[in-house]
Design a protein. Structure first.
Length: 459
C-alpha cells in the first residue's frame, strides 16, 4: 500500500454517513466544506471505494470536526493528542519564568533581623513591579497575536469566538435559532456568514457578523411578496424558509466574489436562490418550484464570469420530474414558471436555460416500488475532449437509482449511462431492456430565458 493511500475498514461508509447526517449536512455540503469532489463523498458513503488518499480522509475529518482516527476507526482522539496548550501548561510556563527571574537575583548574605526588616519591602516591591511589567507585556502580546477560533454549536444556535492559544472567550452569542450552515465571507475572513434555520414562521435568514465582536452587519431573507407573483400564496406563506447552502461566485467578473445563498421552504416550495453582495444588497432572487438538491459554481464559457448550475425537482403535477437550470450575471431573476404549469402569473422566468425531465414510465416506477418524483442531483463540471466545459448530473433517486447524464455547456445532452443498482433492479423486475430511457430523455422540455425552445436529441 502506498504511503498516502489508506485502506478503509468495512464500517467506514456507515460511520461517514452517520457523522454527516448528525450535522445536518448533505453530501454536497460536506464536499464543499472539505473542498473535495462530491462524487468522492458519494462513493465513500456507498462503499464503492475501499481505499482513499489520506489527505482526503483528513479533509473530511476536519470538515466534520472529528479527529482522523475517529473518522477511520470510530475511536475518539485521546487528550494527549491535542496540540493547543492547556491552562495547566500555561501556568507551568509562567511558574518557570518566575523561578528564572528569582534565580537571576544576587545571593543574599545573612544579616540581623532588623536589617532584613528594613531592606525587604523595597526588594519585594522591585521584584513584584518587574514581574507585573513582564506579565503585562506577555499578556498584551498574547492578546495581539493569539488569533481567533470560531466555535459554532449549530443545533443550539450559539457562536463563540475564543483565543487560539489560551482558549479565552472573546465573545459568545445565542442566535435563538438553529444554525444550518456557516462560513467565512469570501471577501473578508473576519466576517462570519451564518445561515439560520426556519424554526419560526418568519423564516430563516442569512446574517453577516463580525468575528472580532459578534456585531451583525446585515441580514437578508427571501422576498415573499416577489415569490407570491409566481406561486400560490397558500404555499409561499404556509411555512418558513431555512438557509441551506452558502456558496460564492464571481458572476459579473469584477474579481470580487458575491454570495450565492440557497433558501429552502420547510414544507412545500419554492426553493430560492439569492445573490448577495458584500454590503448585504440582494442583487437577484430566483425561485424554483420544488427543492434544489445541489448547486455548483463554474465558469462554463471561460469568459471570467461564473455561472450557477442548479439541480433538483420540479413538483408541478404536469411534470413531477427532475430539473436542471443555469443562472448567470444577466439571467438570474424570476421563477421557474412556464405556460404549461403557471399560465397567467405575473412573474417571469429569466434563467439562462432550464430543463425539466418528466417522471419515468409507470412500468419502471412499479418495478422500483415507488411513485416519488424524480430529482436532479450531484451536479458537477468536467473538461470535455475538445477542451470545452461539460456538465454532468444524476437524474433519478439518490439511493443509487439514477441515470448519469452528460451535457455541453448549454445543457444539450451528449451522453447517458445507467447506475449499476438501477440496472440490476430493472433486470430483476423483467424490465432490463430499458429502451425507454432514450425516449424519456429526449422527451424533456427546454426553456431559454423563459421561452420554450427546441430540444436537441441525444446523439
Amino acid at each position: 500500500m502506498a504511503a498516502n493511500i489508506v485502506d478503509l475498514p468495512p464500517d467506514f461508509p456507515e460511520r461517514l454517513r452517520a457523522l454527516r447526517e448528525q450535522r445536518y449536512m448533505t453530501q454536497s455540503d460536506l464536499a464543499a466544506r472539505a473542498e473535495v469532489a462530491t462524487r468522492s463523498v458519494h462513493e465513500l458513503e456507498s462503499g464503492r471505494r475501499s481505499r482513499a488518499l489520506a489527505k482526503t480522509i483528513m479533509l473530511l475529518a476536519e470538515a466534520l470536526e472529528v479527529s482522523y482516527a475517529e473518522l477511520v476507526t470510530g475511536q475518539p482522539t485521546s487528550p494527549a493528542e491535542l496540540t493547543d496548550a492547556t491552562p495547566d501548561q500555561v501556568d507551568d510556563q509562567e511558574s518557570v519564568t518566575v523561578q528564572e527571574v528569582a534565580a537571576d537575583t544576587p545571593p543574599t548574605v545573612p544579616t540581623p533581623v532588623t536589617a532584613v526588616v528594613a531592606r525587604r519591602p523595597h526588594y519585594v516591591r522591585t521584584v513584584l513591579i518587574t514581574l507585573l511589567i513582564l506579565l503585562g507585556a506577555a499578556g498584551l502580546a498574547l492578546t495581539l497575536f493569539d488569533g481567533r477560533r470560531v466555535v459554532v454549536n449549530e443545533s443550539e444556535g450559539i457562536v463563540e469566538v475564543t483565543g487560539k492559544m489560551l482558549g479565552r472567550s472573546i465573545w459568545r452569542r445565542d442566535f435563538s435559532n438553529e444554525i444550518r450552515v456557516w462560513r467565512h465571507a469570501p471577501w473578508d475572513k473576519d466576517v462570519l456568514l451564518l445561515g439560520l434555520a426556519a424554526q419560526h414562521t418568519n423564516g430563516g435568514r442569512l446574517l453577516a457578523v463580525t468575528a472580532d465582536k459578534g456585531r451583525t452587519l446585515w441580514e437578508v431573507e427571501p422576498d415573499r411578496n416577489d415569490l407570491a407573483l409566481a406561486f400560490d400564496q397558500q404555499y409561499v406563506y404556509s411555512g418558513a424558509y431555512h438557509c441551506r447552502d452558502i456558496l460564492d461566485a464571481d458572476l459579473d467578473g469584477d474579481g470580487r466574489r458575491e454570495v450565492v445563498v440557497h433558501f429552502m421552504h420547510n414544507k412545500w416550495f419554492p426553493s430560492v436562490i439569492l445573490v448577495v453582495d458584500h454590503d448585504g444588497r440582494v442583487e437577484s432572487q430566483y425561485a424554483n418550484r420544488g427543492h434544489v438538491c445541489d448547486l455548483h459554481i463554474a465558469d462554463l464559457n471561460t469568459d471570467g464570469k461564473d455561472e450557477v448550475i442548479c439541480a433538483g425537482t420540479n413538483n408541478a403535477p404536469e411534470y413531477h420530474g427532475a430539473t436542471i437550470f443555469i443562472l448567470d450575471d444577466e439571467h438570474r431573476s424570476g421563477a421557474a414558471i412556464d405556460p404549461v404549469t403557471s399560465p397567467g402569473y405575473a412573474a417571469v422566468d429569466a434563467s439562462l436555460v432550464r430543463l425539466v425531465f418528466p417522471i419515468w414510465p409507470e412500468t419502471v416506477q412499479e418495478a422500483l416500488g415507488t411513485h416519488d418524483r424524480l430529482a436532479g442531483f450531484e451536479a458537477r463540471t468536467f473538461q470535455r475532449s475538445d477542451g470545452s466545459v461539460g456538465i454532468q448530473a444524476n437524474i433519478g433517486y439518490q439511493d443509487d437509482d439514477y441515470f448519469s447524464v452528460d451535457f455541453d455547456a448549454h445543457l444539450h445532452p451528449t451522453f447517458m449511462s445507467i447506475s449499476d443498482k438501477l440496472q440490476t433492479k430493472l433486470a430483476h423486475a423483467g424490465t432490463g431492456d430499458h429502451a425507454w430511457d432514450r425516449a424519456w430523455l429526449d422527451g424533456h422540455l427546454r426553456f431559454e430565458s423563459g421561452r420554450m425552445a427546441a430540444v436537441t436529441p441525444l446523439p
